[in-house]
Design a protein around this ligand. Structure first.
Ligand SMILES: [Zn+2]
Length: 269
C-alpha cells in the first residue's frame, strides 16, 4: 500500500540510474534544441539585417526608390564620377541618342573637377549625392553621415548651382539611421536600382553588354562612369556597352528619364 507501482515494476539497480540517464539525456536534448533555436534566430536576425541593409528592394531601414512603373521609361544612373577620363565620352554618347540620365557624384571628385560636374548638369542630366568620400555608411554615426552628405551636397551645389534631390548610398549599404538624415539634409529620397551591370571593375565590354540584356521600361539601371578609389578609373567598358545598347533601346521604343524628371507617381519601392 502506498508503494509506487512504477518503481516496483523495475529492479532498483536499473530504475534509478535509468531515470537519471533519461532525464539527463532529455536535458541535454532540450539544451541543444534551445541552442539550435538561438543560433537559428541569431542567423535569421543577422540575415534579415544584412538583407535589410544591402538588398536594393529592402524597405526595412526606410523607404527607397528601386524602379519606375512600366510607362516611366528607363532611368540610367551612373555612380562614382565625375571621371575626367570617361565622363566626357559618356556625355557625348548620351547626347547622340538624346538620352538623359542621373549621375550620383562623389563630393571629393566634384571638387577635383567642378567644370565637369557643371557640364553634366548643363546637358540636362540629374545630379545626385553619393557622399563625399564613399564610405560604408552602415555602422557610421548620424553625425558622420550628416557630414558626408552635406559636404557632397555643398560641392555639387557650388559646381552646378543646384543642390541634389536624390541620394544613393555607397555600395548600396544603408543602416536604420540613413533615411531620416537623407531627408533632413534636404534630399527627397534614397534611390537604389532594379538592374545592375556589375561594371565596377575593369573588364571587357561583352559581359557588361550581356548583363544589360534584360533592361526594359521601368528599370533604374546601376552603371559606373567613375571609381571611388581613384579619379580616373577605367570604365570605358561601360561606355562601350552603352554604345551597343543605346541605339537598340531607341529602336525598341524605350525612352530615357532622369530622376528629376520622373513623375513622382511613377516611382516604386
Ligand atoms: Zn559608388
Amino acid at each position: 500500500m502506498g508503494k509506487c507501482i512504477c518503481n516496483d515494476a523495475f529492479p532498483a539497480t536499473l530504475r534509478s540510474p535509468g531515470r537519471r540517464a533519461s532525464h539527463s539525456t532529455a536535458n541535454n536534448m532540450t539544451k541543444e534544441m534551445f541552442a539550435g533555436l538561438e543560433w537559428t534566430a541569431t542567423a535569421l536576425a543577422v540575415g534579415t539585417l544584412v538583407w535589410g541593409a544591402a538588398a536594393p528592394r529592402s524597405q526595412l531601414f526606410g523607404p527607397t526608390i528601386r524602379r519606375l512603373n512600366a510607362r516611366g521609361g528607363i532611368a540610367l544612373t551612373f555612380d562614382d564620377g565625375p571621371n575626367p577620363a570617361i565622363t566626357p565620352h559618356l556625355l557625348k554618347l548620351l547626347d547622340r541618342y538624346n538620352a538623359r540620365a542621373t549621375f550620383f557624384l562623389i563630393g571629393a571628385h566634384v571638387r577635383a573637377c567642378p567644370e565637369l560636374a557643371a557640364e553634366i548638369a548643363n546637358r540636362g542630366h540629374s545630379v545626385g549625392n553619393h557622399t563625399d568620400s564613399h564610405p560604408n555608411l552602415i555602422w557610421k554615426t548620424p553625425t558622420f553621415i550628416r557630414r558626408e552628405l552635406l559636404a557632397c551636397r555643398e560641392a555639387i551645389a557650388s559646381a552646378t548651382g543646384n543642390p541634389p534631390l536624390w541620394m544613393r548610398p555607397p555600395f548600396g549599404f544603408r543602416g536604420p539611421q540613413l533615411a531620416a538624415i537623407v531627408r533632413e539634409s534636404g534630399h527627397q529620397a534614397v534611390v537604389m536600382w532594379s538592374r545592375l551591370a556589375w561594371d565596377w571593375k575593369a573588364q571587357n565590354k561583352a559581359p557588361v553588354i550581356e548583363r544589360l540584356r534584360r533592361v526594359t521600361n521601368g528599370d533604374i539601371v546601376l552603371l559606373h562612369d567613375g571609381d571611388h578609389l581613384e579619379l580616373r578609373g577605367r570604365r570605358m567598358h561601360t561606355v562601350e556597352a552603352l554604345q551597343y545598347w543605346l541605339p537598340r533601346w531607341k529602336d525598341a521604343g524605350h525612352s530615357f528619364v532622369t530622376m528629376d524628371r520622373a513623375a513622382p507617381g511613377s516611382m516604386k519601392p
